[in-house]
Design a protein around this ligand. Structure first.
Ligand SMILES: *Cc1c(COP(=O)(O)O)cnc(C)c1O
Length: 451
């Protein structure tokens, strides 16, 4: 536990209490009692700051009763497979302080449409977001899954076929399910990589057996399981040949690496704010071409039978509006940093490969993902190394988590010493080297051979 981290939280909370006074001060200003509270509050902040400076005092444990403080990003190196790309930038954390209130983005909503709000510059952000992923139009959505859902719900009739990979994320399945569609899986084969050929074969099989073509192809650029790169360009080409719309799932790519949907041949690009765009959950993006935008982002046509009310300016697939506060503002605040960081993707991959190469020096360690790595998310297999230790250790599989935690590393699946995942995204070179050495030291401690 780092006392200074705890003191920083305490000071932030004390400042929030001061801020709260001003939320009741208009029109009469602070009352006498509140002025006294204000002075007490200042004194409290000052004393916390003094303790922070001197490294003294009690470390706080909770935000409030029963709600533990989350200090994982301050007190540990976090290698959790799904968390690093969604770690907030300082800008996003500040935006959250400022725009945490419910519908905070709606102060100046003149047209009843989120993507047309000019203050804060939500309209401009939407335009930039579309450009960022190489498409014509974009909307923010509550998670990549809601992007799949909007597309599936627009395109599918009951019984329509959707092609996904045998490594597809469950949310693709669920989006198809609620739209009444039927899943056909494309095999990723022994390499665990989906190719254009495999997609073409599956299309032919579907055509032969069911006498119709799939209505949609969804494919992740990098799957959640291995972090392998799939041939999205090849699949984009096949999709065009057959005239089947193609949804590019960029949950693990949009926001960490450059993505150009049109160059890929995608009709839809979906990204995840909390997975890869340094934003608050649930957030994400759905982008499409001028060709598809009028269908996916069509206007409402429903009319009330008594009142005759209609909502032509609302988009049904977006349920009118999507991210109306802190989620959107965090996406927007992180966006400048995100645009910069995608340019450094090659180095992220280099660091990932450095780590895996070091990790493989431990005898028995294997990488289940494709190697060389093309992503920072990797699946490793330690059945013949750490799992052998776990068999006789009194803490079983938890021995590895214990050892890692002792070295201030968290995020591996606790208790798992067989096949598990980690991500090195965002770790500096010195942390990458520290992480590599940590595993080697643990291996040596338990007598595993290191090459
Ligand atoms: C994480 C993930 C999703 C879901 O993303 P959300 O933004 O949480 O909805 C979908 N597909 C893949 C491949 C993922 O890794």
């Amino acid at each position: 536990m780092d006392l200074r981290v705890r003191k920083i939280y305490e000071a932030l909370f004390a400042l929030e209490d001061l801020r709260e006074l001003f939320r009741h001060a208009v029109p009469s200003g602070l009352t006498k009692a509140e002025e006294a509270q204000f002075l007490n509050g200042i004194a409290r902040v000052e004393s916390i700051i003094r303790e922070l400076k001197e490294g003294k005092g009690n470390p706080i444990q909770e935000v409030m009763a029963g709600l533990e403080l989350r200090t994982r990003e301050e007190e540990f190196i976090n290698i959790n497979p799904i968390q690093p790309g969604g770690r907030l930038t300082p800008e996003a954390r500040k935006a959250l302080i400022g725009y945490g209130d419910g519908y905070s983005v709606c102060d100046m909503c003149l047209e009843g449409r989120l993507d047309k709000i000019r203050k804060p510059p939500v309209d401009e952000f939407h335009a930039e977001l579309a450009e960022f992923v190489g498409m014509d139009e974009a909307r923010v959505v509550p998670g990549a899954r809601r992007g799949f859902q909007a597309v599936a719900s627009t395109l599918l009739e009951k019984g329509d076929i959707v092609l996904v990979s045998d490594l597809a994320h469950y949310t693709e399945f669920l989006a198809v399910e609620i739209a009444g569609g039927v899943i056909k899986e494309v095999p990723s084969g022994p390499q665990n990589i989906v190719t254009g050929d495999a997609v073409a074969n599956t299309i032919e099989l579907v055509k032969e057996k069911l006498g119709k073509l799939p209505k949609l192809i969804m494919l992740e650029h990098f799957d959640y399981s291995f972090g392998n790169e799939h041939d999205v360009v090849g699949v984009g080409r096949i999709a065009k040949e057959y005239g089947i719309p193609f949804l590019y799932n960029g949950a693990y790519s949009v926001g960490v690496m450059p993505v150009n949907g049109k160059q890929i041949g995608a009709d839809f690009v979906v990204g995840s704010g909390h997975k890869s765009m340094a934003a608050v959950a649930p957030s994400g993006v759905l982008a499409t071409t001028d060709e598809w935008a009028p269908r996916i982002f069509r206007s409402s046509h429903i009319v009330g039978d008594i009142t005759g009310r209609s909502f032509e300016n609302k988009e049904p697939e977006m349920m009118g509006c999507t991210l109306m506060g802190g989620t959107l503002l965090s996406l927007m605040a992180s966006f400048p940093a995100v645009k910069e960081r995608v340019k450094r993707w090659d180095e992220e991959v280099e660091k990932s490969n450095y780590f895996i190469r070091e990790f493989l020096r431990i005898e028995g360690n294997k990488v289940a993902s494709e190697f060389a790595r093309k992503h920072t998310l990797s699946k490793v297999n330690t059945r013949e190394s750490f799992d052998q230790i776990a068999k006789t250790h009194k803490r079983r599989g938890y021995f590895l988590s214990d050892e890692l935690k002792h070295k201030k590393i968290v995020g591996e699946f606790a208790g798992s010493t067989r096949v598990w995942k980690l991500s090195t995204y965002g770790l500096s070179w010195s942390r990458i080297k520290y992480l590599s050495e940590a595993f080697i030291e643990i291996a040596e401690k338990y007598g595993l051979a290191v090459r």
